[in-house]
Each structure stands twice: as C-alpha cells, then as structure tokens.
Write a protein that binds this ligand. Structure first.
Ligand SMILES: Cc1cc2nc3c(=O)[nH]c(=O)nc-3n(C[C@H](O)[C@H](O)[C@H](O)COP(=O)(O)OP(=O)(O)OC[C@H]3O[C@@H](n4cnc5c(N)ncnc54)[C@H](O)[C@@H]3O)c2cc1C
Length: 452
C-alpha cells in the first residue's frame, strides 16, 4: 500500500506515526514544504514571552524519527497539484525548483491552515508579521527586540496570549479587534469583562469595536489606522483567524463554504481513498450537531490518529468535538467548552444559563479562592450546551468533565446529581459542577418536574 501524506505538523505526524505502526508493510512518503515538522504553535507566546527558553522542546518529532519507522520525509517539498481520480500528485523541491510526479493508493491530506491576511492598504510594509509557525516565532522575537510599540490585531486566544507576553517583556502594547469584547467566540461577557480589566490594569491598551482600515509607514509600519483611532506601531502581529489550506483539493472533494474539507466519521473525504484531518477539515460540532470550522491541535491529533485507524477499513468512529479550550492570562486560569450563552443565542437556540460563584473549597481551609462557573443549556430539553470557568486556582480540568457531559448528551438534572468526590483540600461536599446542575433545577412541584 503506497501512502502519500501532504503536510506534517500535528494531524500529519499523528497520521504518519500511527500508519507506520499499524501497517508496517505500507510505503509512506511525506511531503512538507516547511523545514521542520511537529512544531507546537501553542508554545509561541511562551517562547516569545521568554518562559520557554529552548525552542527545541516545542518539537516532538523529526524526519530522522520518522525514518526510523521506515517513513520517507521530503522536507522543503511542496505538493503543487493532486489528481484524486488518477491517484497522482505533483511536487516541487523548494530547494532546487525541480518538479516530479508521484502516485498513491491512499492519500492523507493534512495541509492545515494559514492565517487570514486581509488586503489592508499598507499590508506590504515591513514589520507586519504572522504568528503560525516556528519561523514566524523567531522573526517575532528578533523584531520585537527593537520594538517599543507593538500592536496585535485580533483578540482571540493567540492575540491575547501575545499581548500578555509582550507586556511582560516591557513593551507598550495595543490590542485591536472589530468585536466589542475580547475572546468573544469563547467566553461570555461575565468573563471577558474581568479579563479586559486585567489586561487594562497591566497597561495594555484595548482598542475594541473598531476595524483596521490601513497601515501607514515609510518602508516599515509606524501607525495602525482604524475607523476609530490611530495607534503607534513599530511592530504589528496579525492574529485575525485561520483559513483551511485546501486549494489542492478544490473541486475534487466536498468542502464547507470556507474551503474546510468535509470528512465522515471515519475521516474519509467524498473521494475514495482520500482522507483528511486537522485544520484542513471541518469538524462535527456536537452542541449544534453540525459541521463547523474549529482549528485546534486537539482535533488535529485525534483526527490524524483516526485516519490511520481507518485507512484500510472503517474501524473507529470520530466522536465529534466540543471545541474545548483553555487559556492562562496573568493569574487567571480560564477554560471553556461547547457554546457560550451568546453563541447559542446567535445560533437561534433557546438557551438558558446558570452562573455559580463560590469558593472552590471550604472556608475553614487556610486558603480558598473564588471560582466562576457558567453552564449553558437548552431550555426545553435541558441538554448541556457549554460551560466556562475562571479562577486563580487551576480548576480548568472541570471543563473537560463538562465536555464529556456534552459529548454524552447529559442534562442539567444529571449534572446536579452525578457522583463527584469530596475532600476539603480540593472542593466542597457539593462540587461546583453539581451546584450548577442544582441551580438549574426547575422550580415546580416534584411530581411535575422534568424526569431524568
Ligand atoms: C500561535 C498558536 C497557538 C495555538 N495554540 C493552541 C492551543 O493552545 N491549543 C490547541 O488545541 N490549538 C492551538 N493552536 C492551533 C493548532 O496549532 C492547530 O490546530 C494545529 O497546528 C493544526 O495542525 P494541522 O497539522 O492540522 O495543521 P498545521 O499546523 O497548519 O500544519 C499543516 C502543515 O502542512 C504543510 N503544508 C500545507 N500545504 C502543503 C503543501 N501543499 N505541500 C507540502 N506541505 C504543505 C504546512 O507547511 C504545515 O506544516 C494554536 C495555533 C497557533 C498558530
């Protein structure tokens, strides 16, 4: 079995390593246009901020390790065309420009995503950078040494992590976003209000509810202009979002409107013997039970592993995702899963929510910290749709518990009474997850209450 893999970061590495182990007879050829594989972009802000000193720790595989598994990795090779009918591809060696054809029995598309770069006036100016791969992170570190005023455009997870890193490095930092709130896709206002306050308290300028119109400068960027103001900038990082890298397959397999490849629960595209995983794909989003574009490393490694499991015969099904994610901003440990109250309402779901604010363990303990937990659920069915948590103590793993609840279609009544342990070091007799379920119990006589 001749297997070709395009792209070797998280989805690609997971697919390759598992394919090599499961089918030792397979002839696996990997094409990667970059000069490294398996880079953990989630470490970029920590590397830029100086917490990660040795960037080699941000890689977990290499062409040499893949060679030990019998895999041939063509580094700095870009696949420039794929024909899924004739099962051929065309690749270009980026070092010497030569091109050649290859054939495959099975194709694994793990081409990932690329940052969105709008056609702003002045976008070609120097010192306007992206934050996606290892080379980007090195350029950001190098250029930021000379920069005093840094503007980050885009207040999602990546933008927020970067502004914190730059501020800790003593820079004057501005965060611009078109939305009224930071992290608006992941958290409701009760949380973002507090995080925005924390960023402002650390001296970060928040320029929200405004759109970048142009970049100004002579050769290098010096000012970012929005529809509501102007911000001095020696360095700009664009963190506006990601687009799937799927031009190669356009017109050959089914895709969402944004180009994300649609795969079934066995990671099969609409073409036989063509599989896809990771940021190049849409995922099945359990809260809405629809396909959605949620580019995360967690989805990438799971889907890559499943490609290998299902490469010869459909064997293990993908369970879908809740888009569970976490972030630490200064002292605050924050995580979320599934839908926020705002996103549920935007999706036209009749949703309700409960908010629990309590000390996470008994007050007789020498220390205790407040936790804020919000659980969102569908009003009629009482099915759990999402949750968010924030505390100075790391309680983020609770959100993984709620992720499992959503996965299994649990209702608020079940969350109220499901068994969680109690030990004063860690929590209260009613775990705050139970408390959220209890707070949502309907106020009706028991006989008429919702049956679990
Ligand atoms: C700054 C940052 C922080 C992040 N933090 C987190 C986090 O904390 N948690 C989390 O879950 N996710 C995080 N993510 C998202 C996560 O990094 C991505 O979801 C993940 O990288 C997706 O992996 P992938 O293998 O699908 O695609 P990618 O990482 O996009 O890799 C695709 C690979 O394909 C190669 N390629 C593409 N086209 C071709 C071609 N034609 N020929 C040859 N090679 C090609 C590319 O060079 C690339 O190496 C973060 C992302 C960024 C940028």
């Amino acid at each position: 079995m001749k297997v070709a893999v395009i792209g070797c970061t998280h989805a690609g590495t997971a697919a390759i390593v598992n394919t090599a182990k499961l089918y030792p007879e397979a002839e696996i050829t990997v094409y990667e246009r970059n000069d490294n594989i398996s880079f953990l972009s989630c470490g970029i802000a920590l590397y830029v901020g100086g917490m990660v000193k040795d960037p080699q720790g941000l890689f977990y595989s290499s062409p040499a390790q893949l060679a030990e598994l019998g895999v041939k990795t063509n580094m700095r090779h870009e696949v420039i065309a794929v024909d899924t009918e004739s099962k051929t591809l065309r690749a270009r060696n980026l070092e010497n420009g030569t091109e050649f054809e290859d054939t495959f029995d099975k194709l694994i598309v793990t081409t990932g995503s690329w940052p969105v770069v709008p056609k702003f006036e002045g976008i070609e100016l120097e010192n306007i950078l992206l934050s996606k791969n290892f080379n980007h992170s090195n350029t950001i570190i190098e250029k930021s040494k000379q920069a005093n005023n840094i503007v980050v455009v885009g207040a999602g997870y990546i933008g927020v992590e970067l502004v914190e890193a730059f501020q800790l490095n003593g820079k004057q930092v501005t965060l611009i976003d078109a939305e009224e709130r930071i992290l608006s896709k992941y958290l409701d206002a009760e949380y973002t209000d507090k995080i925005e306050q924390s960023l402002s308290d650390h001296g970060i300028t928040l320029a929200l509810n405004q759109k970048v119109t142009k970049f100004v400068g002579e050769g290098k960027v010096s000012t970012v202009v929005t529809d509501r103001g102007e911000y001095k900038a020696d360095l700009v990082i664009l963190c506006i979002g990601f687009r799937p890298n799927t031009e190669l397959l356009k017109g050959q397999v089914d895709m969402l409107g944004n180009g994300a490849i649609i795969v079934d629960e066995y990671m099969r595209t609409s073409k036989p013997d063509v599989y896809a995983a990771g940021d190049s794909c849409a995922v099945f989003y359990n809260p809405t039970r629809e396909h959605a574009y949620i580019p995360l490393a967690t989805n990438a490694v799971r889907m890559g592993t499943l490609v290998a499991r299902n490469l010869v015969a459909p064997t293990v099904k993908y369970m879908g995702t809740q888009g569970t994610s976490g972030i630490k901003i200064y002292e605050d440990n924050i995580a979320g899963t599934g839908m926020t109250e705002a996103s549920a309402k935007e999706a036209g779901i009749d949703a309700e929510a409960v908010m629990i604010t309590d000390n996470y363990r008994p007050e007789f303990m020498p220390t205790h910290e407040p936790v804020m937990l919000k659980v969102v659920y569908e009003k009629d069915t009482r099915r759990i749709l999402g949750a968010q948590i924030m505390s100075k103590v790391d309680l983020t793993q609770s959100i993984n518990t709620i992720s499992v609840c959503i996965q299994n279609g649990m209702k608020m009544e079940e969350l109220a009474f499901v068994d969680f342990f109690f030990q004063p070091h860690y929590n209260k007799p009613w775990n705050f997850l139970n408390s959220a379920g209890l707070a949502a119990l309907p106020e009706v006589p028991a006989r008429e209450a919702v049956t679990v």
